[in-house]
Design a protein around this ligand. Structure first.
Ligand code: SAM
Ligand code: SF4
Length: 348
């Protein structure tokens, strides 16, 4: 395969994929209301999707580390520069540091990062850092124990706060991801902003997307970026856009007094589809060129069917060419509906 990767992962809208997210498991040790279909929401569930409630992808359907490194290497040759490991909960896979080390060694890869719920991070943070992990995004939606349990199904607030602290001591770069949902945790936006100021960790506020799999999502539950900025400016202090920050898709803001940074991932109120440089591989071996593509493109059967790297690369380039416009097109077509895909199988 020739190594000139310029524009090989370009789509028909002229966007070029540079970032790869690999979801390494659909399993999770939490059941976040906005992500994982729950049995108690069965009546709302969209079963036309690949729903896994109560039954995860069978283990033999999940890509092995060897397969994940191979596909990542093929995609690096096509121009991917950054890899994020996600899930489900990525830290549930045994010897995850071996995968991180393998991904870090791929020529052309500039960074390997991870998104985790933090429940298992405390013990693994130092080894992950040694294996080449550069940064970790830790999800946290509330500072209230009872609310944490209601949102995630787990009594784990203390453990996650401890993980954030411990991971911070290892030299890993840390960001906090908070999905804000009206009526659930929107009263805590200022608390998160204060947390950013006190800890120095960037807190990124994520708008609720219709990816929960249970049909809970509704437009009125979305708390938009501008509303959050007003609340923070009123309750904590004036925010100013951070100049020249390369933090896409988050838009970063600093406090006028220079203490603390927050980000907004405004997928619903200001979709960033036109600048999207991401592509995704699911744990069961599908390429998703967009969060809202379903079911995506089967690459596992190519990996397992004796195809060469060149053949797989050709297939990936063809799939990327067909990348849909994204949620912006869905919003424009007024085709938003409560459940468009399943977040825990994609990884965010
Ligand atoms: N289990 C890990 C975690 O929770 O960080 C990684 C996977 S999780 C699917 C990745 C990110 O997606 C998390 O930050 C989570 O908060 C976010 N997320 C999940 N469902 C979402 C939704 N419906 N809308 C917006 N963000 C969502
Ligand atoms: Fe699990 Fe992460 Fe989804 Fe929560 S957001 S259910 S922790 S995959």
């Amino acid at each position: 395969m020739n190594n000139d990767s310029s524009g090989r992962l370009a789509d028909s809208f002229g966007r070029v994929a540079k970032k790869l997210r690999i979801s390494i498991t659909d399993r999770c040790n939490m059941q976040c209301m906005y992500c994982m279909p729950r049995e108690d929401h069965k009546e709302n569930r969209n079963d036309s999707l690949r729903s896994n409630t109560g039954k995860w992808f069978p283990r033999n359907e999940i890509l092995s580390y060897v397969e994940l490194v191979r596909i990542s290497r093929i995609m690096a040759r096509l121009g991917i520069e950054n890899i994020r490991v996600t899930g489900g909960e990525p830290l549930l896979r045994p010897r995850i540091e071996d995968l991180v080390a393998g991904l870090s060694r791929i020529s052309g890869i500039k960074s390997v990062s991870m998104t985790t719920n933090g429940l298992l991070l405390c013990d693994k943070a130092a080894r992950l850092k040694e294996s080449g992990l550069q940064s970790v995004n830790i999800s946290l939606d509330t500072f209230k124990s009872e609310r944490f349990k209601a949102i995630t199904g787990v009594d784990g607030l203390h453990t996650v706060l401890e993980s954030i602290h411990v991971a911070g001591t290892t030299g890993l770069k840390i960001k906090i991801n908070a999905v804000i949902v009206r009526g659930w945790n929107d009263t805590e936006v200022a608390d998160f902003a204060n947390f950013a100021r006190e800890t120095g960790h960037t807190v990124r506020f994520i708008e609720f997307m219709p990816l929960d799999g249970s049909g809970i999502w509704a437009p009125e539950l979305v708390v938009g970026k501008n509303e959050m900025i007003s609340r923070i400016s009123e309750d904590v202090g004036e925010l100013v856009p951070s100049a020249g920050s390369n933090s896409a898709p988050a838009k970063l803001y600093s406090f006028a007094d220079g203490k603390g940074t927050v980000g907004f991932i405004s997928s619903m109120t200001e979709p960033f589809c036109a600048e999207c440089d991401r592509t995704r591989v699911t744990s069961d071996g599908r390429l998703l060129t967009c969060l809202f593509e379903n079911p995506g493109h089967d690459i596992k059967s190519l990996l397992r069917g004796g195809k060469t790297d060149e053949e797989i690369a050709d297939y990936i380039m063809q799939c990327i060419k067909k990348k849909p416009e994204g949620i912006i097109g869905i919003i424009r077509a007024k085709a938003l509906k409560p459940t468009l895909n399943l977040m825990h199988t994609i990884g965010g």
